[in-house]
Each structure stands twice: as structure tokens, then as C-alpha cells.
Design a binder for this molecule. Structure first.
Ligand code: PEP
Length: 256
């Protein structure tokens, strides 16, 4: 955790979920009502097919709804893409950009991710910018160099603590059940904090840095207690309200 920074517990449903899954969003929206929501923010990013209905379901709840990607342009001939403006039009508040699955599947590079984040700002969305090393980069001792380069390349100069969240997701920890050691996460987050503070001064000191990669109810308390870990980006365990709420609930003790 970072003193005076409100943590964010965010779920990324990826390409999972149909209308039948909206019951889970309803349960999450109910489950985050209560005093803890004054201290911790919560967010679910369902597939864009569910976005508009999900925002309506969460309308009277502190649960925020976001999207998993956006195009860098506002509109135009880009079949299959969705702009940040369209996400905002559906009352989405956040958009994930640069998830490793998009970096790999769609060959997205830092410059494109930076442009997507800028388009998110223009639509008044909060950009969740994902970075993280691959297994071979970690094994060859290049983790911090990769994080430095991705932060420099993917995060726009106009980033602030209000419009940007960084998500550190070691690629080898996503969906694998593996997590780095507490010491490794601590080192990576301290490094990113120093980089952000040196580039953005006060804003960089307050910018949220989430950890993502096999966060589960069973390890959430330990991971969320690490210095400079300001919440989680959760894949698999965010699909079920019970698991998501249990991870969110780890902050009961941590913020007591
Ligand atoms: C993710 O998709 O961003 C992620 C961290 O997935 P999981 O929690 O399933 O590892």
C-alpha cells in the first residue's frame, strides 16, 4: 500500500461472460456497498458486449465499470474496434490498455499503447496501463530494464494520478497460478514508484500501481499488504462475485 493512496481492486473478464453472467455483476455491485467503499475502489471490466447493461446494473453502487481496450482514434473506418468515447458514452469510467494479451495477440507496442491512453484521457476515462516482463526477460535478469522501457514508452507525458493507473503484470504470472515472491514484487513496485516519482514528481508519488497475476482470495491479503502495491488487477478470480468480493474484502483488515 502507499500512504494516502486509495487502492483499486479491478477485475478483467477478458473474452468471458454473456448476459447470464450479469448476475455476478449484480452481486458485486451489491457486495461493495458499505463502509469499505470509502477506502477502496472497485471496478469490473466485462467484455464490451455487456458494458452498457453492466453500467446500468451498477448505477447505484460504488462498483465502477470499464472496458478492456480502446482504439486510439475517436471514430472512423476501423472495423471491430471501439473508441474511448464510445466507452464513455456507455458510462464506462476506465479502460485497460496494453494488457500483455493485446501486446502479444495484436502486436501492440508502447507507442500505440501511449496513443490509446491519450485517447482515454480525451474521453475523460481513466487509463489502466499494463506493463510486465516475460519469463525469459525475468530469467535473464532484465525485469527492471523492461519495466523502465515500458513505463517510458507507454505512459503519456500528460499522465496524472487522477487519469492513470499502472498495472504491473508479470506475463508469466497471468493465468498460471504462479506469482513472484513478495520480495520480487516489492522490488518491482519500489522501482516503478521511483521511476514515476522522478518523471511526474508529486503525481508520480500518488499514481496507483496495481499488481496483477494470479491474485486469488487465498493470496490477496499478503500481496495487497506489500509497499507500493495499490490494489490488484484480477483475471480469472474476478469472474465469480464471491471470489472478487473476497479479494476486495482483504482490505477490511489492511485498512482497519
Ligand atoms: C489478467 O488478466 O490481467 C490477470 C492478471 O489474470 P489472472 O488473475 O487470471 O492471472
Amino acid at each position: 500500500m502507499t500512504p494516502e493512496v486509495k487502492p483499486l481492486v479491478a477485475g478483467n473478464w477478458k473474452m468471458n461472460g454473456t448476459r447470464a453472467s450479469l448476475d455476478q455483476i449484480k452481486a458485486m455491485a451489491e457486495g461493495v456497498k458499505g463502509d469499505l467503499s470509502d477506502k477502496v475502489e472497485s471496478l469490473i471490466c466485462p467484455p464490451v458486449s455487456l458494458l452498457y447493461v453492466a453500467t446500468a446494473l451498477a448505477d447505484d453502487s460504488p462498483l465502477k465499470i470499464g472496458a478492456q481496450d480502446c482504439h486510439q482514434k475517436v471514430s472512423g473506418a476501423h472495423t471491430g474496434d471501439v473508441s474511448a468515447e464510445m466507452i464513455a458514452d456507455c458510462f464506462g469510467t476506465h479502460v485497460i490498455v496494453g494488457h500483455s494479451e493485446r501486446r502479444t495477440d495484436h502486436k501492440e507496442d508502447d507507442a500505440l499503447i501511449r496513443a490509446k491512453a491519450e485517447s482515454a484521457y480525451a474521453a475523460n476515462l481513466i487509463a489502466i496501463i499494463c506493463i510486465g516482463e516475460t519469463e525469459s526477460e525475468r530469467k535473464s535478469g532484465r525485469t527492471l530494464d523492461v519495466l523502465k522501457a515500458q513505463l517510458a514508452g507507454s505512459v503519456p507525458d500528460t499522465a496524472t494520478a487522477a487519469n492513470t493507473v499502472i498495472a504491473y503484470e508479470p506475463v508469466w504470472a497471468i493465468g498460471t497460478g504462479l506469482t513472484p515472491t513478495v520480495e520480487d514484487i516489492e522490488e518491482a513496485h519500489a522501482f516503478m514508484r521511483a521511476e514515476l516519482a522522478s518523471r511526474f514528481s508529486g503525481e508520480g508519488s500518488k499514481m496507483r500501481i496495481l499488481y496483477g497475476g494470479s491474485v486469488k482470495p487465498g493470496n490477496a491479503r499478503e500481496l495487497m499488504a506489500i509497499a507500493n502495491v495499490d490494489g490488484a488487477l484480477i483475471g480469472g478470480a474476478s469472474l465469480k462475485a464471491q471470489d472478487f468480493l473476497s479479494i476486495y474484502g482483504a482490505y477490511e483488515e489492511l485498512t482497519a
